[in-house]
Design a protein around this ligand. Structure first.
Ligand SMILES: [Zn+2]
Length: 249
């Protein structure tokens, strides 16, 4: 019995070491304030679902960790040393605070926060793929992985809404933050307002007939809108080609 147990443990240990692809790592919570949110997210199986879906599509020779973490700031990261994407509980909390005014009901706000999470999650997964798959990038990587995230999410249905909600999140964050200063111009990210317009441009560009209201309602200026179909088509061609060798047949 003891030997059997030992061999099972050994198989499990070897299995863990040789696992390839996306894996969920244990959430890290230090303070009491995030315990409830952490438990709720753990119960939802959200990261397990994301890992399973990514593993159905992408072939990796390495292990990429996914985790929620208490970070001390509202952010999300890809850590190349640990080969790990971490989304901070503080970021989810900040979405709830910044986006509350833009939605009428709790359910709408929950959906919008989920959309904002999905966008930032695939943005960070984009950084991870650029690293482990050695994907070539010219220009700002931050913009390139924003494009990847939109490209992954846009589906003519709920994914489009996730991107539009995430765009609202950027606009709300810009309004909640201090004024744009020299540091903002030096930052590796585009300004939040620019990310807002890029994201709604690309959703519009993915189906201009369906999203004409974004222009008619004044959210997307007509001058930019006329470029968006071509911009989205290029994003689609580029990321399809860059990831082609790594997608499951
Ligand atoms: Zn980034």
């Amino acid at each position: 019995m003891k030997r059997l147990l030992l061999s099972i443990l050994l198989v499990l240990a070897v299995g863990t070491c040789t696992a390839k692809g996306f894996v969920v790592r244990k959430s890290q919570v230090k303070s009491e304030a995030y315990r409830e949110l952490a438990a709720e997210i753990d119960r939802s199986g959200l990261l397990q679902q994301m890992a399973a879906e990514l593993n159905q599509v992408i072939v990796l020779d390495d292990t990429l960790g996914l985790r929620f973490s208490e970070c001390g700031e509202p952010n999300a990261f890809y850590d190349p040393k640990r080969r790990e994407v971490a989304v901070c509980y503080e970021l989810i909390e900040s979405y709830y605070e910044n986006m509350a005014a833009a939605y009428d009901t709790e359910d709408e706000l929950d959906d919008a926060v989920a959309g904002a999470f999905l966008f930032v999650f695939f943005h960070e997964v984009g950084h991870a793929l650029v690293d482990v798959l050695d994907v070539p990038v010219t220009g700002r990587e931050e913009d390139a992985v924003d494009q990847l995230s939109v490209w992954v999410l846009v589906d003519g249905e709920e994914g489009d809404k996730a991107v539009l909600d995430a765009a609202v999140g950027f606009y709300a964050a810009a309004e909640a933050e201090d004024a744009v200063d020299e540091g903002s111009f030096a930052d590796e990210h585009s300004l939040d307002q620019q990310r807002f317009y890029n994201m709604i441009c690309w959703v519009y560009g993915s189906d201009p007939d369906a999203y004409g209201n974004l222009v008619e309602d004044g959210h997307l200026p007509a001058e930019r809108a006329k470029r968006c179909a071509a911009e989205y088509a290029r994003i689609d061609r580029s990321w399809s080609r860059l990831l082609a060798a790594h997608l499951k047949p």
